[in-house]
Design a protein around this ligand. Structure first.
Ligand code: PLP
Length: 382
């Protein structure tokens, strides 16, 4: 740990543990301790740490071909693209692979500008979209736009959940409306289903591209493959869905899923990246999606979410539980940072948020009732 501090920029606030090995919901540290991971390495370990099916696929692919760029065809890439499109809502028919969430959002905004010939992008107060120039300019949360200065022009802010605030801005200079359908970092905030429905109608009426940033909500986390098309989202399917985080179970990968209408505007060399669609990442994507299916993880999410919500009612200091599936924000009477610290002392990793009262849980999708019992017991002890 000291070497890391000595030779790395001090840009991260770290927990005082060194992770050496992982298995399912558990992280084993260099001190021989074992931690229950309810944060999933920042929402990345959807399939759990080092899921055997994913590890095997990566090992096999690494022995065959680590990488070749998009200038050649690849069966690994073909399999991943076909699998990803097959689980997406029907209207999303093509994918573009990149390497991270911020990059997926940059490409989504670029596609919206290309397909509309307009420049402005509406995003929402409290949304987080990444740290590269365009994505950070779209992030109206805390200090992000400030640290991203000078900002990319044309980004405008609406109020999450308030359709009138969007209507007032959505003129014929707007290329896209982009949102985290559940705002994670802001403290796990959801809107009413009608809000998503009205956004879809507004975009259709005014020729605006609707982008869902599903970097956190995608790939099974809400108990369905995507928030797009879900009941909580009034069945709305956007024009573009962006993904990253758990898509590769820890191998860096991002993706945009788009409709025919969007893809018809995108021509050769309009988008590109060296590493996007590399074989190792593609093997990880296919195996991740297979593992979620084979282990029936989304059914598990729905069942264990219900159990967790019920058990949390027993805890006096819990005021409310926000979110869906395994993207949950537990609102406490006390400061969530205090709860986070106390849980860490009891060897449970959780996350905080920009809401000081909200503790965030983004656990692996294989979390069970037994793990919930361990968490509730540790949280309830004052
Ligand atoms: C909703 C959302 N969008 C985008 C990003 C950026 O993803 P990345 O860190 O992979 O660039 C994040 C990262 O936390 C995120 O939570």
């Amino acid at each position: 740990m000291t070497n890391e501090d000595q030779f790395q920029l001090a840009t991260y606030k770290k927990m005082p543990i060194a992770a050496e090995r992982g298995e399912g919901v558990w992280i084993y540290t260099s001190d021989g301790d074992k931690y229950l991971d309810l944060y999933g390495g920042h929402a990345v370990a959807g399939t759990g740490h080092s899921h055997p099916h994913v590890v095997e696929a990566i090992r096999k692919q690494a022995g065959e071909l680590l990488f070749y760029s998009n200038l050649v065809y690849s069966s690994a890439r073909a399999r991943a693209a076909e699998k990803l499109v097959s689980i997406a809502p029907d209207a999303l028919t093509k994918t573009f692979f990149c390497n991270s969430g911020t990059e997926a959002n940059e490409n989504a905004m670029r596609m919206a500008r290309m397909s509309t010939g307009r420049e402005k992008i509406i995003t929402f107060s409290g949304g987080f979209h990444g740290r590269t120039a365009d994505a950070i300019s779209a992030t109206f949360l805390g200090k992000y736009r400030e640290i991203g200065k000078p900002n990319v022009p044309g980004h405008i802010e609406a109020e999450f959940g308030n359709i009138e605030s969007v209507r007032a801005l959505a003129d014929d200079t707007v290329a896209a409306i982009m949102l985290e359908p559940i705002q994670s970092m802001a403290g796990v905030r959801m809107a009413q289903p009608g809000f998503y429905r009205l956004l879809r109608t507004l975009c259709d009426e005014r020729g605006i591209v609707l982008i869902y940033d599903e970097v956190q909500t995608g790939v099974g986390r809400t108990g369905q493959w995507f928030f797009a098309g879900s009941e909580a989202g009034a069945g709305v399917v956007p024009d573009v869905v962006t993904l990253a985080k758990s898509l590769g179970s820890g191998v860096p990968v991002g993706a945009c899923l788009v409709t025919d209408a969007i893809s018809s505007h995108i021509k050769e060399n309009d988008l590109g990246t060296t590493f996007g669609g590399g074989m190792l990442a593609m093997a990880a994507v296919t195996a991740t999606l297979e593992a979620i299916e084979q282990d029936r993880m989304m059914e598990n999410v729905l069942r264990v979410e219900t159990y967790l919500r019920k058990r949390l009612q027993e805890i006096d200091s819990v005021v409310a539980v926000h979110g869906l599936g395994f993207l949950l924000g537990i609102e406490f009477k006390e400061n969530a940072a205090v709860v986070h610290k106390r849980l860490l002392e009891r060897k449970i990793i959780t996350g905080t948020s920009s809401n000081p009262k909200v503790l965030r849980l983004l656990p692996p999708l294989c979390l069970t009732e037994e793990h919930v019992d361990t968490f509730v017991l540790a949280t309830d002890l004052n």
